[in-house]
Design a protein around this ligand. Structure first.
Ligand SMILES: *[C@@H]1O[C@H](CO)[C@@H](O)[C@H](O)[C@H]1NC(C)=O
Length: 607
């Protein structure tokens, strides 16, 4: 069979397969029915609303689209070069050692046998150590590049399909706090140019301190195109370190590359009274006084050094100062239409077995001021501070707002598996009330969230977007309900699948493309060769006659094996080539073997 024929069959199979798989990969949110939850609470309505947004000229009801849609990405953890090991892999150390040992360059005195023994060892290490680690280095680099684009695929595709108004990455943007500045910059470059390509950090002038946030509140929906591009980066332990290894230098480079670690963003959403009912219109003036403007408060918090001991007291004071400002600048707990969204990295305390990660702390011993080396959750006290400080909840029924605190939500990362939790405190449980946690699914089905005397708050830990966790992304919708004059939210996950799918599809596409190019080139070249022109060959036969051999160039699809040779012209009538004496053999030696092979060994010489 001719190569072109094989390629054509391969293409007939590969082109449709590549097309189908690529469509799946590039349109995965559609296949997985991903959409920001719609204020109507029905999954089908969320999806169909999103579909309608993508169909030109189709009308969609803006009331069905939440005005605040947050794309929440967890723990991308960009891995990268480890400078020391990589440099070693690039220099083939055993090869240079081979020369040293063979030529006694480093001045050692060896007898010839030792010399041979050492250099042979070096050579073996070169082949079995240096060369594999050199290839391993390149495999690793390729893997990192692919992973960057895999993560970028999630961001870009959901940005297009689901159309978020805001985007956050919930910490651990890079995979290690121990890398040097150059490598940190390098990963920062990869983050901005591959993972969230087109995204920009939140400009410093928009990040406010809590005390000034209420004076610089923005209108939700204004400047929408710019907000969609801004990435609200949260600091994670792999970005700046846990309390033990969090240093001013690590904080400084994080702020420089990814933005501030502590700030507040405040949005207001004036409600359009034109859409109000008749009854409401009569009360507009009344409403204005009675019903404060809907407000959304976003708190970006570095919770890496809330717990002690911390090696940098200064940075810990900064975090506590910020937190205190958050608390003092809070709206009254009784203020309606106010929603507090906290974006942070380490989850709140909860007992073992509720989420995948249980409570865990470890401390440096003898260095970094014995600071925190690792932690899975915040301590019980820090968590309590969150719930009772930022959210103003309380076990005491005589506290403002009966201890029910402010409406809100905590979103974080860290536990790569993800979790959805309800923290609550039973105000009537004797003798001492404590904060407990339960899966949101269970809390909601047992209506714990509606129970009187049990204030509570939901905490969503977003599953990691890494390939090992199926490329997950969180979709949070927040909308305002004019009936209850309060905010509502709903959360959904959307997974792409492991990174292997991404690799498989792109490798297949490359193979298909390569075969397509080779095939086109072959077809192109063949179309330039004048195939219809017969090639004639004069053959002087032994008996003095001239035989004309017409050799037809192989043309695929034009009969049989295409390698046919027609003998025409002055053929001996017998139909057999009149080969004198030695016959085939001697002729083959004298003349063109190629032709003769075709002619004489051909299955059926024409008669
Ligand atoms: C709260 O505590 C009271 C008194 O112990 C108990 O009867 C009630 O069931 C508890 N509620 C919840 C939701 O745990």
């Amino acid at each position: 069979m001719f190569p072109a024929a094989v390629l054509r069959i391969a293409l007939l199979i590969l082109v449709p397969v590549s097309f189908i798989l690529s469509s799946y990969l590039y349109l995965y949110p559609i296949f997985h029915l991903c959409a920001f939850p719609s204020p109507e609470h029905a999954a089908t309505s969320s999806f169909s609303t999103t579909v309608r947004q993508h169909i030109p000229f189709s009308r969609h009801d803006p009331k069905k689209i939440a005005p605040f849609r947050l794309l929440a990405l967890g723990d991308p953890q960009l891995e990268g070069n480890s400078p020391l090991r990589d440099r070693q892999a690039q220099t083939f150390p055993n090869f240079s050692k081979f020369w040293k040992d063979a030529l006694l360059l480093d001045g050692t005195r060896h007898n010839p046998l030792q010399r041979v023994r050492h250099s042979l060892h070096d050579l073996i290490d070169f082949y079995l150590d240096d060369i594999p680690s050199f290839f391993e280095l390149f495999r690793k680099r390729l893997d990192h590049i692919g992973n960057d684009y895999y993560l970028g695929h999630i961001y870009r595709t959901l940005n297009w399909w689901a159309d978020p108004t805001h985007v956050t990455v919930l910490g651990d943007l890079v995979g290690s706090q121990w890398i040097d500045d150059e490598e940190f910059e390098n990963r920062g470059w990869r983050y901005w140019n591959r993972v969230v390509r087109g995204g920009v950090r939140v400009p410093d002038e928009l990040t406010t301190q809590p005390s000034e946030a209420s004076n610089s509140a923005k209108i939700l929906g204004d400047d929408a195109a710019a907000w969609k591009k801004r990435i609200i980066n949260v600091a994670g332990n792999h970005d700046i370190g846990y309390a033990g290894d969090l240093s001013p230098a690590r904080m400084e480079r994080f702020v420089r590359v990814f933005g501030k670690a502590n700030y507040e963003l405040r949005f207001q959403m004036p409600v359009d009274h034109a859409s109000a009912t008749q009854e409401n219109v009569e009360n507009v003036e009344n409403d204005e006084r009675k019903r404060p403007v809907p407000e959304l408060r976003i708190i970006v918090l570095n919770d890496m050094n809330l717990d002690t001991p911390a090696s940098s007291k200064e940075l810990q004071d900064e975090t506590y100062h910020f937190l205190n400002e958050v608390i003092t600048a809070s709206q009254d707990v009784s203020r309606p239409a106010h929603f507090t969204l906290v974006l942070t990295h380490i989850p709140l305390y909860k007992k073992e077995g509720i989420c995948v990660d249980g409570p865990f702390f470890s401390f440096f011993n003898g260095h970094f001021d014995n600071g925190i080396q690792e932690q899975n959750h915040l301590s019980r006290d820090a968590s309590k501070g969150f719930l009772e400080g930022i959210f103003g909840m309380s076990a005491a029924t005589d506290a403002p707002g009966q201890g029910f605190g402010r409406h809100g939500l905590v979103i974080n990362g860290h536990d790569h598996e993800g979790c959805d939790i309800y923290h609550y405190i039973n105000q009537t449980a004797p003798p001492e009330q404590e904060w407990l946690a339960m899966r949101w699914k269970d809390a909601h089905s047992s209506r714990l969230d509606e129970e009187p005397g049990v204030p509570g708050l939901r905490e969503i830990t977003v599953r990691s977007m890494m390939g090992g966790f199926a490329g997950n992304a969180g979709l949070l919708s927040l909308w305002f309900d004019e009936e209850t004059w309060d905010w509502n939210f709903e959360f959904a996950n959307c997974g792409l699948g492991t990174q292997h799918i991404w690799w498989l599809v792109h490798i297949l596409d490359l193979i298909t493309l390569a075969i397509g190019i080779v095939y086109s080139v072959m077809v192109g070249i063949r179309s330039m060769i004048p195939v219809e022109d017969p090639v004639f060959m004069m053959e002087r036969m032994g008996n003095g006659k001239v035989t004309m051999l017409k050799i037809e160039t192989a043309t695929e699809g034009k009969g049989g094996n295409g390698n046919e040779i027609t003998v025409a012209g002055l053929m001996p009538t017998s139909g057999k080539l009149d080969v004198p004496g030695a016959g085939k053999k001697s002729l083959r030696k004298k003349k063109s073997g190629r032709i003769l092979n075709g002619t004489l060994n051909g299955s059926s010489p024409p008669r």
